[in-house]
Design a protein around this ligand. Structure first.
Ligand SMILES: [Zn+2]
Length: 231
């Protein structure tokens, strides 16, 4: 794409940053995917490229997933990478699943988290299995965020086969992971989870007067499950 600029007057690095910010805002409003991709390809400042990558997610219309994959393989900016992974989730294109699997192992925690969130947008057996595998993941020094977001994602996927894996995660040593698993179990609406949720709830009068993230999530899940009629 180099040498053939859609916006020659904005060709970098000839303008102040605010002009580039305005350009990104306009492209986003127009849904001009090609223009946003061109910014990511070109030698624009980091802040401009990060804004363009975020705009690709929020703007109407979807970029070709092949274009996003090509950018992702050579991208080094963490913020741009996170948004490109989000774009893959928006695409819902199964051809991007190998790239998302790689992103789950990225050295940047926020890229791994975004990959787990992106997978929840796929209605796919492969994505489901990846998320279940990641619920147990402890190979990094502290990958509780990936476990937490995988539990979140599984709650949104409406596939009750995730219930046993989510119940197992109620024993996780991280409070946020436990809370996410409880919330997901409430969303999945599987009443057989009730016993495990009651058992996972703290029974002592801990944190009096304060909120316990685990018990709050468990109580909310139990409210949802108890409201549900037995079919
Ligand atoms: Zn508690």
């Amino acid at each position: 794409m180099s040498g053939d600029w859609e916006f020659p007057e904005f060709r970098p690095p000839t303008r102040p940053l605010r002009d580039y910010a305005q350009m990104v805002t306009e492209l986003e409003a127009q849904g001009n995917i090609q223009g946003l991709l061109e910014i990511l390809e070109g030698g624009y400042p980091g802040a401009t490229r990060r804004a363009a990558a975020r705009a690709l997610i929020s703007t109407a219309g979807k970029p070709e997933s092949s274009a996003i994959l090509a950018l992702l393989t050579k991208e080094t900016d963490r913020g741009v990478k996170v948004s490109l992974v989000g774009c893959l989730g928006k695409s819902g294109d199964e051809a991007t699943l190998p790239a998302l699997t790689n992103a789950l192992k990225d050295s940047e925690p926020m890229v791994r988290v975004e990959a787990a969130a992106a997978l929840s947008r796929f209605n796919s057996e492969t994505a489901f299995k990846l998320l279940v595998d990641n619920l147990q993941r402890k190979d990094e020094s502290d990958d509780y965020l990936v476990r937490q977001y995988s539990a979140d994602a599984l709650g949104k996927m409406s596939d009750r086969r995730a219930v046993p894996a989510l119940i197992a995660v109620l024993k996780d040593e991280n409070s946020l992971v436990k809370a996410a698993a409880a919330t997901a179990l409430g969303e999945l609406g599987e009443r057989t989870a009730i016993t495990a949720l009651v058992r996972a709830r703290h029974s002592d009068s801990h944190l009096l007067g304060a909120d316990c993230v685990e018990c709050t999530a468990i109580d909310e899940a139990l409210r949802k499950l108890n409201r549900k009629q037995i079919p």
